[in-house]
Design a protein around this ligand. Structure first.
Ligand SMILES: N=c1c2ncn([C@@H]3O[C@H](COP(=O)(O)OP(=O)(O)OP(=O)(O)O)[C@@H](O)[C@H]3O)c2ncn1[C@@H]1O[C@H](COP(=O)(O)O)[C@@H](O)[C@H]1O
Length: 96
């Protein structure tokens, strides 16, 4: 599986968890409850960003914590209805 394919696969699973909820971490976080889904995801992104900062400073678990941050950012984008191709296109647009 190529690197692009794994990202596409994870993204598609997240879209499915959004559109056909099951009892799972990503479905549950995307469901509105007492705390709004968007706020829960944004809180998680802030927490994961802090963990990346600590990992970098300590030279420890940087890849692991960065993937947590990237994953939760993808979760936000899925929740907000952004298509994965929009992200790829924006990266491509910035290439000089
Ligand atoms: N890539 C991930 C992924 N990365 C992290 N996480 C979850 O995100 C949460 C991260 O929370 P934390 O970092 O706070 O970790 P924690 O386990 O609470 O503990 P600490 O790190 O604080 O010690 C954990 O529950 C992780 O399991 C993920 N959950 C799901 N995925 C992907 O999303 C798909 C759908 O997931 P489900 O909704 O669970 O089916 C899966 O098939 C995976 O491909």
């Amino acid at each position: 599986m190529s690197n692009e394919e794994i990202i596409r696969e994870v993204y598609e699973v997240l879209e499915s968890r959004r559109d056909n909820p099951i009892d799972s971490y990503t479905s549950n976080i995307m469901k509105d409850s007492d705390k709004r889904a968007e706020d829960k995801i944004l809180e998680k992104i802030a927490e994961e960003a802090g963990e990346v900062l600590i990992a970098s400073k300590n030279d420890e678990n940087l890849v692991y914590e960065s993937v947590d941050l990237i994953f939760h950012t993808l979760l936000l984008l899925v929740y907000k209805g952004i298509e994965l191709d929009e992200i790829f296109e924006e990266f491509a647009r910035r290439r000089k």
